[in-house]
Design a protein around this ligand. Structure first.
Ligand code: HOZ
Length: 427
């Protein structure tokens, strides 16, 4: 028994399931989670001192690697001035100006504390703005754990094999309609059946909570056109893709402009931050300017803003940041894809930029039903092999792999050698 097992035994006595977020419990892979002691760059170390190449990266935020010195310095500097005031600060203005001057579809932005909060608030704003109540989401997309969005949700619910959560009153989800990812007809049908009643459609522009599922060419543009025609707001949930696929996220990468956008993860530089923004007339609905109420004691916290703003600045300084990161993605994921074909294993590799996912199904994965066909027992074997050989992957078939700029060629080569050894063993 290692220290992780000891800590898990203690944690199980006093924390539900031993963890503060369900997927971390390793339930679906039948193991004890590694308890982490520290991390640096692309590596993470557990409490027994084992070194892993980290492809979780705190589930996305650490795009500049763990322990980035510049971010760290800003956090220490901010802490020394006081950790929270509950009053406006200059750095909140700098953060908002930094974003609005670089992301054309955001005129105004409100900072919150998590992606869940950002999405919940964006939906309330969209309902307030349109005066309509119904919303559309896609099966398999995950938008945080607020009540109205726990319908056919991805991430931890999909990992647990359940569509929703106990404790959510039927009234909270009765206005949530679900469409099929990459299927514009399913969206058209919902709008047709609920004429003039849909406030907004929310989508992960690249789905990354049912594994990674790419939008088909024309899918996002089609959503844009339908929403415009029907007077509904198009919300891109860029909690994962924002600042990761491009500074302006999937919207910048695909050229499709949402009405509103939500962020989390990278925007906090490792601190708990979320944000939602959009066009001025929409964001003007938010209190105290408008009638849509949303508030938070720690929103715009100066230490969190210091971390987030420094991280965002780093992303904009090197004009080749995203092409270099995508090249790492091509090397890692593109080569895994070639290996899968070479060894003729029944898997499918979906990837874009620094996001990737090996699905244990031979068929294309374009939506929730396709993703659910994956052989999770086969994933578990692969996951265990990789972990036992020093590679830290998300403990679920339905989560993404993340790369940072600190992943070296050596890290990627070592990972590829392991994948190849594993695939040889599968034959
Ligand atoms: N929502 C995250 C996965 N998509 C889980 C985060 C965590 O468990 O830390």
């Amino acid at each position: 028994m290692g220290r992780s097992e000891d800590l898990m035994a203690r944690a199980l006595e006093c924390i539900p399931g031993g963890v503060n977020s369900p997927v971390r419990a390793y339930g679906s892979v039948g193991m004890t989670p590694r308890f982490i002691a520290h991390a640096d760059g692309s590596h993470i170390y557990d409490v027994d001192g084992t070194d892993y190449i980290d492809y979780i990266l705190s589930w996305g935020p650490m795009i500049n690697g763990h322990n980035n010195q510049r971010v760290l310095n800003k956090v220490i500097e901010a802490c020394q001035k006081g950790m929270s005031y509950g009053a406006p600060t200059e750095i909140e203005v700098e953060m908002a100006e930094f974003m609005t001057s670089r992301i054309p579809h955001i005129d105004m932005v409100r900072m919150v504390n998590s992606g869940t909060e950002a999405v919940m608030s964006a939906i309330r704003t969209a309902r307030g703005f349109t005066g309509r109540e119904k919303i559309i989401k896609f099966s398999g997309c995950y938008h945080g754990h607020s009540d109205c969005l726990l319908v056919d949700a991805g991430s931890g619910l999909m990992t647990a094999g359940v569509p929703g959560s106990a404790g959510v009153p039927a009234g909270c989800t009765k206005d949530t309609l679900t469409a099929t990812y990459n299927d514009l007809d399913s969206v058209e049908s919902l709008f047709e059946a609920n004429k003039g009643e849909i406030a907004c459609l929310i989508v992960e522009p690249v789905a990354a909570n049912m594994g990674v599922v790419l939008p088909d060419p024309g899918f996002l543009q089609g959503l844009r056109e339908i929403c415009t025609r029907e007077g509904a707001l198009l919300i891109f949930d860029e909690v994962i893709t924002g600042f990761r696929l491009a500074f302006g996220g999937a919207a910048e990468l695909t050229g499709v402009t949402p009405d509103m956008v939500t962020y989390g993860k990278i925007i906090g530089g490792g601190m708990p931050v979320g944000a939602y923004g959009g066009r001025k007339e929409i964001m003007s609905m938010v209190a105290p300017l408008g009638p849509v109420y949303q508030a938070g004691t720690l929103s715009g916290n100066p230490v969190a803003m210091a971390a987030g703003l420094e991280q965002l600045k780093i992303l904009t300084e090197n004009p080749n940041f995203y092409t270099e990161l995508a090249a790492k993605g091509e090397k890692l994921y593109g080569t895994i894809d070639s290996l899968l074909k070479q060894y003729q294993v029944p898997c499918t590799m979906n990837h874009i930029g620094s996001l990737g996912c090996v699905f244990f199904t031979p068929d294309q994965v374009k939506n929730y039903e396709d993703a659910k066909k994956a052989d999770t027992a086969a994933f578990t074997k692969y996951f265990r092999y990789m972990l036992e050989h020093g590679v830290h992957l998300a403990p679920s078939q339905f989560e993404a792999m993340f790369l940072s700029v600190t992943h070296t060629d050596q890290d990627i080569d070592n990972t590829l050698n392991l994948v190849e050894d594993y695939l040889k063993g599968m034959k």
